[in-house]
Design a protein around this ligand. Structure first.
Ligand code: ZN
Length: 471
């Protein structure tokens, strides 16, 4: 995809390859070639794309339903574990990878017969497909590792066992044609088992016209002590026609979570800048990290009892999962708000800077934030996809060291400012966003109107509106 897009460009341009981050970006590359030279031509070409989304519903269980889910879920986990054992041996002893679903399916009347009877042929088939998919993604990771395309935190391991502390972790897999969601009565009916389970929550994607339901997976969240059904849904998204075709550069950081700069809106040369502060995320992480450190201190105390330890480990696990959820919530809110603002201001292409190849050789702390960048980038790309806006990744190496105006080197000053030898001072993050915009073929604005926001976990608050002159 990328190779096709950069064909015919100068070697310098080849180094700065753009990577499509969502379905619109892939379509745009296919239809019009490089987004840096494509101008506004693409706007008419974008029509519709098919994407897969997930709806999550909380199941309202009774002791009987819980018993049913545990029984079926445990059998499926057993099937997955037996297949993991067989395939892992094949991999470690013979160096072969079995990623077919059929090799599990053919054993349905032999060693897997009891599981097959319990799941029914449709759902047994879907469980086999799930196993095949997991091994296929292992093959994909191996390939990525060979090509040096892995993220620094990614570990390549063959699929393991659904087991924790010696207990199997239940999972129920249902094929697309073996369940029906009754939105009026708010129950999911499962065909083969002839069971109905009430749910809570509103499906966001399933209710859209033309939506097609896919695999349904039920798992248990031990922290919340609840069962959840995740339904994969294929939906059709409509492209935005008649956009003004503005490009916007985006820099992701820690002090400023997101900094965005658009191309000039009019002939006066003024663009819009959006700033999302990283404060709430940092204070959240700080709070949880302190709590976790407290628990670690208690855990390392030799006087604490075995029973207490188990409780402490559980608390630790919960805090981590809470911290992750809070961060995801902040990312989701900020991304949704950002893309809504983009739509309002006529932004038609998003260019996201990504610090590629920086933390490659230093594992540990740096990787966590690299991982966060990825999560946030992914959130923005999906939010943009939902609103018909293509998003690309542009390498951001050196964008913080160069003046977006003059291309010369800048000096880092206090309070997140940079100083250009030509005598002007800029916001470091806005300067970086402008450089990213320029790398994506966008026109850098002479002035920007700055809109500032704080994204807490619950909603986004606007803090101030001011005009500033970056040049
Ligand atoms: Zn300058």
């Amino acid at each position: 995809m990328v190779a096709g897009a950069v064909r015919g460009l100068e070697p310098r341009a080849l180094e700065l390859e753009v990577v499509p981050l969502n379905a619109w970006a892939r379509l745009l590359l296919e239809l019009c070639g490089d987004p840096r030279t494509g101008g506004g031509r693409w706007a008419q070409a974008l029509q519709r794309v098919r994407v897969v989304r997930t709806d999550t519903l909380r199941l309202l269980t009774t002791p009987e339903l819980e018993d049913f889910l545990r029984r079926v879920g445990d059998a499926t986990a057993r099937l997955i574990n037996m297949e993991s054992y067989r395939r892992r041996r094949l991999f470690f002893e013979a160096g072969r990878i079995d990623y077919s679903w059929m090799s599990a399916w053919v054993r349905r009347r032999a060693e897997y017969y009891s599981v097959y009877k319990l799941l029914g042929s449709m759902n047994f088939h879907e469980a086999c497909r799930l196993i095949g998919d997991q091994w296929k993604s292992f093959v994909g990771l191996l390939k990525a590792a060979k090509e040096g395309k892995l993220e620094p935190w990614q570990r390549v391991q063959p699929p393991g066992y659904r087991k924790r502390d010696g207990q199997r972790i239940p999972i129920v897999v249902v094929r697309f044609d073996n369940y029906r969601i009754d939105l009026e009565k708010r129950v999911i009916r499962f065909g083969y088992w002839n069971v109905s389970i009430p749910f809570k929550g509103k499906p966001r994607w399933l209710t859209r016209p033309g939506a097609k339901q896919g695999r349904l997976i039920i798992t248990y969240d031990p922290a919340k002590k609840r069962w959840y059904a995740r339904i994969s849904v294929e939906v059709v998204l409509e492209g935005k026609l008649g956009n003004s075709g503005l490009k916007a550069g985006v820099d992701l950081g820690r002090e400023r979570l997101i900094a965005l700069v658009t191309e000039p809106l009019d002939e006066k040369g003024e663009g819009i800048a959006l700033l999302y502060r990283g404060g709430p995320l940092k204070s959240d992480c700080f709070y949880f990290e302190r709590k976790i450190a407290e628990i670690d201190r208690m855990l390392s105390d030799p006087r604490s009892e075995e029973v207490d330890r188990a409780v402490l480990w559980e608390m630790r696990r919960r805090l981590y999962s809470k911290m992750r959820k809070r961060r995801e919530q902040i990312f989701a809110n900020a991304a949704a708000h950002l893309v809504k603002m983009c739509e309002e201001h006529g932004v038609a292409v998003l260019l996201l800077g990504y610090p590629r190849g920086i933390a490659q050789d230093k594992p540990g702390k740096g990787n966590t934030s690299m991982w966060s960048y990825r999560r946030l980038e992914r959130r923005i790309a999906v939010a943009a996809e939902n609103r018909g806006i293509p998003a690309f990744e542009v390498p951001e190496d050196g964008t913080s060291k160069t003046c977006a105006r003059h291309g010369c080197e800048v000096q880092r000053g206090p309070r997140g400012l940079v100083r250009c030898p030509h005598g002007h001072v800029m916001h470091a993050d806005l300067n970086a966003a402008m450089n990213i915009l320029a790398r994506g073929g966008g026109k850098v604005p002479m002035r920007v109107k700055v809109l500032s926001f704080i994204p807490p976990a619950s909603k986004v608050i606007a803090v101030n509106v001011k005009s500033s002159n970056p040049a």
